[in-house]
Structures are given as structure tokens and as C-alpha cells.
Design a protein around this ligand. Structure first.
Ligand code: URQ
Ligand code: ZN
Ligand code: ZN
Length: 485
């Protein structure tokens, strides 16, 4: 199976140049002009369009069991919707219940993901601790290609980690050459504020953001950063939504600490006024954590993306339909947290980022694909247009316009947080593993065609052990028993 993408302008995270791309057996084999190709090669006309690495969404939750229900999007429908919008790989999450073997949970999620249409990988959440978790983290790194471990500092009484678990798990991650990632909200404060607000008689979705003010996120981000600093482990903070988190990341990075920041397309573009909408269904459809924020924080997030405090964009695609959200009709604390976005991330970021000049095209590729590949150690196999890379490619028409709507999207959810948004710039063709999976509105995804992608540790397991921090061993003070003069 070979394919030639002809006549386009190649845009990578660091280069823009005219070139054709020849792919065979799912891999990029040649880049250049006037390429010699075998007779049966499928030719894609990319004239007047850009040819970019397929998007990588490093934060999704397909068919996640959560808050008493299961996310409506599954691994096939979700990766298909991603392909429709130019995303060719997801990094999803294995989230063990407390006391559930993390290895068993990993195998369970692997089973669910077999139906995926495009490539996928997993962060594994550490939601509890004992020796078996310590051991299984090693197995997951050494044998299953996991190099990132997630920690929810929110969701008290469910999957929240206290500091003890953070310290033990971060320490283990460092030993293994893995990266620690966090959902940074102080779960104790959230629980306290939720109760206080509910008892004041605020039971609707407007109570959700009130129980998660910026300081609740800022405190957790700073705490995670400090713990990672003391334990000398790299840290990735997911879905940053407020300037307090950006300031914490910026300070740490200015001091040379290895901290990375992620931002959701939703947090960049959806305003917190949605929670004050009179219609419950509309407001509840936007309930996710951290909540969407005000214009001032949105502005700060764009600056964070422009200045390099934020490195990746994601969606946290975790869908619940209206009947599911209705569980919280009389109590906002019961509204399943989560919103969609995998199909629209690339389009809304191009329209609101590249078109007004906030992001160059190269920066767009960096924040939608290449940086995630680098941070999670699968670059240049993913996130690049280079010989030997996987042939995950989008052909992008900067002039193509479309209006986003739940009526036309391919996401398996009855709501779209970008409903009615008109965007200019969209993929006309999406190629996954060297095969066309989307072309001019026609989906050609195949259930189960996606592959699990191993992500090696950042240092070999044994090197990482050898690299174990040599703390200067403080010497004991010899005391003579004589009183000081
Ligand atoms: O917290 C997360 O990332 C998961 C449970 C999705 N839900 C959400 O509100 N972000
Ligand atoms: Zn989260
Ligand atoms: Zn999430």
C-alpha cells in the first residue's frame, strides 16, 4: 500500500517548505519533489494546501466509567471523530479504582481500546498505594511501554491521591525513568466548598465553578511542582485553566525545573458564563473540571501557549449526554464531569490561533502534535514529517470554512461546546498509518485498525536506577558532650 501526497507545502514544528511525501507500508519513505513512485501508488492532490503531522490528543477518556455512568464516546467512535478533524493519535487514561490492581486495570483498558480506528497509548493513573502498585509500575514501564503516570489531586472519596501517594508514586516514576502527570485541583477544598455552596441553596450548575475557584487549582499546581522538585522527577500538568497555574509553571521552568503544561481547546475558547445559562441542560453540558474560566484567564492561557509555558493542547474528551448529566438535576455535585472536543481541537486552534497571528503554523504543529510526541517520548515516529516516521498526516486547507455543530459532528455526544462556531481552516484529508481515513467529508475508518503505541522510559530502567539521585550524604555531627562556651 503506497500513497503520494503531491503538490503541498509541508509544515512541521520547525520548517515550512514545498515538498511531496511518499509513504509505503504505513511509513514515510521519501520527501522531496519529482519523486519516483511505483505505478499503483494512490496520489493525493495537496496543491495549495499544507501537509502536516497528524494531530496527537494527549488527554482523552473514551468510554470512561465515571461518577456512576460511562462516557458515551467509545474508542472507535472517538478515534473516528478525531480522524474527521485531523487527529491521528490519542493518549487515553487507565484509571484503576482504589485497591484495583493497576495491571488488571491496564489490561481492561487495553481490551476496550482494541476497537480504536487510529493509534493510541495510555497514561496510567495511580489512585492508591501499596507494594503491588510499586511493583506494577515497574512492570508497566519495562514490559508495556508506559512512561507516564497520572495523579488526580481532585475527586475526594473517589480517585483522589493524597500527598503520601504523590510522594511514593513520584519517587517510583523517577526510579523508572517515567514522567509524573497531575490533575491539579485541591480535592479537600473542592469538597468543602461544594458542601458550603450546596447548603447555601445553590444546587444548579452555577455552583460548579463557585466550588473550584482559581486558587484551588493554583495551590495544587504549586504543590505538585514542589513535590516534583524535591523528588527530582519531571512533571506534566494537565488542563491548566488559570493564571495561578501558569505562574507556578513559569516560575519553576525559569529555575530550570522540568515541568510541562497542557491546555484544553475548551479552556482557551469557552467562557464561564455558560454555567449561568438559565437552561439546566445547556449549563450542565459544560460541567467539567477544572471549569471553563473568565476572559482574563482565557487571555492568560493564550499567552501561556505563545510564550512556551504551555506546551500541548488537548481536549480531555470525556462525553456525557443530557440524560447522563441530568443525574445532577438537583445537585450540581452529581453532574458527571466531562465535555467533548476531539473533532474540533485542530480547527478551532487554527482559526483562533493561526488566523489572527497568535501562533505561527509551525507553532500550531508543535502544540497540536510534535510537543506531545516529544514529551511522551515517541518523536519523531509521531509528530513529524520525516523519513521513517509513521505516515500519520493531515492535508490542511487554510481557506476551507465550516460551522461547528452537534448536528453535523461525528462525536458520540448530543452537545458540542463549540456549537455554532465558524472556523476557517480544516483538514481535507486525514491519513493514518499510510491509509486515507478521512477525505472531503467521507470517513473510511476501520474498527480495530488502531495500534497500541509503546512509549519508552526517558532513561533505560537500569540507567534510571543507577541515576538514582546521589543526595550528598550529610555527615553526622560528632558531639563531645562538652557544653558550648
Ligand atoms: O478530570 C478528568 O480529567 C476526567 C475525569 C474528565 N472530566 C473532567 O471534568 N475533566
Ligand atoms: Zn482531569
Ligand atoms: Zn481528563
Amino acid at each position: 500500500m503506497s500513497i503520494l501526497i503531491k503538490g503541498g507545502t509541508i509544515v512541521t514544528a520547525d520548517q515550512t517548505f514545498r515538498g511531496d511525501v511518499y509513504c509505503q507500508d504505513g511509513v514515510i519513505k521519501a520527501i522531496g519533489v519529482n519523486l519516483e513512485t511505483p505505478a499503483k501508488t494512490e496520489v493525493i492532490d495537496a496543491g495549495g494546501q499544507y501537509v502536516m503531522p497528524g494531530g496527537i490528543d494527549p488527554h482523552t477518556h473514551m468510554e470512561l466509567p465515571f461518577m456512576g455512568t460511562v462516557a458515551s464516546e467509545d474508542f472507535f467512535s472517538g478515534t473516528t471523530a478525531g480522524a474527521a478533524g485531523g487527529t491521528t493519535m490519542i493518549i487515553d487514561f487507565v484509571i484503576p479504582s482504589p485497591k484495583e490492581s493497576i495491571l488488571d486495570a491496564y489490561q481492561k483498558w487495553r481490551g476496550w481500546a482494541e476497537k480504536a480506528a487510529t493509534d493510541y497509548s495510555f497514561h496510567v493513573a495511580v489512585t492508591w498505594w501499596d507494594d503491588s502498585v510499586h511493583k506494577d509500575m515497574g512492570t508497566l514501564v519495562k514490559e508495556y511501554g508506559v512512561n507516564s503516570f497520572k495523579h488526580f489531586m481532585a475527586y475526594k472519596g473517589a480517585i483522589m491521591c493524597d500527598d503520601e501517594v504523590l510522594v511514593k508514586s513520584f519517587t517510583r516514576a523517577r526510579e523508572l525513568g517515567a514522567i509524573a502527570t497531575v490533575h491539579a485541583e485541591n480535592g479537600e477544598l473542592v469538597a468543602h466548598l461544594q458542601k458550603q455552596i450546596f447548603e447555601q441553596g445553590i444546587t444548579g450548575p452555577e455552583g460548579h465553578p463557585l466550588s473550584r475557584p482559581p486558587s484551588v487549582e493554583g495551590e495544587a499546581a504549586e504543590r505538585a511542582i514542589r513535590i516534583a522538585q524535591v523528588l527530582d522527577v519531571p512533571l506534566y500538568i494537565v488542563h491548566n485553566s488559570v493564571k495561578e497555574s501558569l505562574n507556578a509553571i513559569g516560575r519553576a521552568r525559569a529555575e530550570g525545573q522540568r515541568v510541562f503544561g497542557e491546555v484544553l481547546a475548551g479552556h482557551l475558547l469557552v467562557n464561564d458564563s455558560v454555567y449561568r445559562h438559565p437552561d439546566f441542560e445547556y449549563a450542565a453540558a459544560h460541567v467539567m473540571s477544572p471549569p471553563f474560566r473568565d476572559a482574563e484567564n482565557q487571555k492568560a492561557l493564550w499567552k501561556g501557549l505563545q510564550c512556551g509555558t504551555l506546551h500541548t493542547t488537548a481536549t480531555d474528551h470525556c462525553c456525557f449526554c443530557a440524560p447522563q448529566k441530568a443525574a445532577g438535576k438537583d445537585d450540581f455535585r452529581k453532574i458527571p464531569n466531562g465535555t467533548g472536543g476531539i473533532e474540533d481541537r485542530m480547527g478551532v486552534l487554527w482559526h483562533h490561533g493561526v488566523n489572527p497571528g497568535k501562533l505561527t503554523m509551525n507553532e500550531f504543529v508543535a502544540v497540536t502534535s510534535a510537543n506531545a510526541a516529544k514529551i511522551f517520548n515517541i518523536y519523531p515516529k509521531k509528530g513529524s514529517i520525516s523519513v521513517g516516521a509513521d505516515a500519520d498526516i493531515v492535508v490542511w486547507d487554510a481557506q476551507k470554512t465550516r460551522t461547528i455543530s452537534a448536528k453535523t459532528h461525528h462525536q458520540k455526544v448530543d452537545f458540542n461546546i463549540f456549537e455554532g462556531m465558524e472556523v476557517k481552516g480544516a483538514n481535507t484529508v486525514t491519513i493514518s498509518q499510510g491509509k486515507v481515513v478521512y477525505k472531503n467529508g467521507e470517513l473510511r475508518t476501520i474498527k480495530g485498525a488502531g495500534r497500541y503505541i509503546n512509549r519508552p522510559p526517558f532513561a533505560s530502567y537500569y540507567d534510571a536506577l543507577k541515576l538514582k539521585r546521589e543526595v550528598e550524604k550529610p555527615t553526622a555531627v560528632k558531639r563531645t558532650g562538652k557544653k558550648a562556651a
